[in-house]
Design a protein around this ligand. Structure first.
Ligand code: MTE
Length: 328
């Protein structure tokens, strides 16, 4: 496997994600605050619009992805950023793009706690800046049977975790999203028990495929896609890929997760993409590619869903001997 995973200790300061990008963000924030005060409209909408499109640089491209996905077209930037699930901003697919523009992501801090040697409240920059950013083109499949192919930008979660130093008692990692009624209109509705929670077993979190993503298409992560940092776990249904993370906790027991709490029969802890285990209300055997080519009837035809979303070679070993119907 050719995925490049640099050891944190290998990284020279000259290779670190350009700090200038983050400094510009802060200037943008100050400018936005001024704009907001002066004319009383959403801060992100004016001063930061150009900044939201800020290109990231210094990204390591991984050839591996291109070879594995040959023949599969990338889903357009427009589709990836306008058809979203982010219930904190509303439950319809167009709500996140419409409502997430004002989310203040700069500065952003993340609490790291539980069974870990370096607990604390970290600035987003401190978590990310010591690592090389990589571009990973992954298939991404939602439990609702639509899928995409997205060039994410991020850092392997394993590299970040190694720096945090989990102790021997850390068997799982739990994640939480920001919950802030003033910025997230969706959390006024109790559609889920906020904050949005997700979790991974330690070996899943350390798998080289698991990405802490900070952007897509070479640009900073749009708010509706989970700025400033979100997980991407490409062999699991999309809901495991938690957005706008503010807390990472190392725990010794399997953590509760939002969808499991909401409907345990429908959404298990593992939630591996598995065409042979149906959701109680719909089949998981096929999927529709977002923005894919339409047939003569004007429909995007469904295509077969692959076991572990096509990442069997990399991840199947972690579930050897487990009954994936029981541990769905
Ligand atoms: N994270 C949070 N905090 N809130 C959410 O509602 N939705 C999940 C996941 N992460 C969700 C979330 C679901 S159901 C999916 S399919 C993916 O985000 C969608 O990611 P995308 O909008 O970037 O395609």
């Amino acid at each position: 496997m050719l995925i490049r995973t640099a050891k944190a200790s290998d990284i020279l300061s000259s290779e670190i994600t350009p700090h200038s990008v983050f400094l510009r963000r802060r200037q943008c924030l100050r400018a936005a605050a001024f704009t907001f005060a002066a004319i009383g409209i959403g801060p992100y909408s004016l001063a930061c619009r150009a900044e939201a499109e800020q290109k990231l640089s210094g990204i390591v491209k991984t050839k591996w992805n291109e070879a594995r996905l040959s023949g599969e077209e990338l889903t357009s930037y427009d589709d990836v950023t306008s058809y979203n699930n982010f219930y904190e901003f509303g439950t319809s697919k167009s709500d996140p793009k419409r409502n997430a523009g004002g989310l203040q992501t700069k500065p952003w801090s993340v609490v790291v706690d539980g069974h870990v040697e370096n607990p604390g409240t970290y600035d987003f920059e401190d978590i990310i800046k010591r690592h090389k950013l990589e571009e990973r083109v992954y298939r991404f499949r939602c439990v609702e049977a639509w899928s995409m192919v997205v060039p994410w930008i991020g850092v392997p979660l394993a590299n970040i975790i190694r720096r945090m130093g989990p102790t021997g008692n850390a068997k799982y990692v739990a994640f939480e999203t920001l919950v802030d009624e003033s910025q997230m209109p969706g959390v006024r509705q109790k559609v889920l028990d906020w904050p949005y929670r997700e979790g991974l077993r330690m070996d899943e979190a350390m798998n080289p495929l698991t990405l802490m993503a900070v952007g897509l298409y070479g640009k900073e992560m749009p708010n509706q896609n989970g700025a400033p940092l979100r997980l991407i776990v490409p062999w699991k249904y999309g809901f495991k890929s938690i957005k706008s993370i503010v807390r990472i906790t190392f725990v010794d027991k399997q953590p509760m997760t939002s969808w499991n709490m909401s409907s345990g029969r429908e959404y298990g802890f593992y939630s591996n993409v598995n065409p042979s285990v149906d959701h109680p209300r719909w089949s998981q055997a096929k999927e529709r590619r977002l923005g894919g080519s339409t047939n003569v009837f004007g429909f995007i035809p469904k295509q077969p869903t692959l076991m572990f979303n096509g990442y069997k070679e990399e991840v199947a070993g972690m579930y050897a001997g487990m009954d994936l119907r029981e541990f769905y």
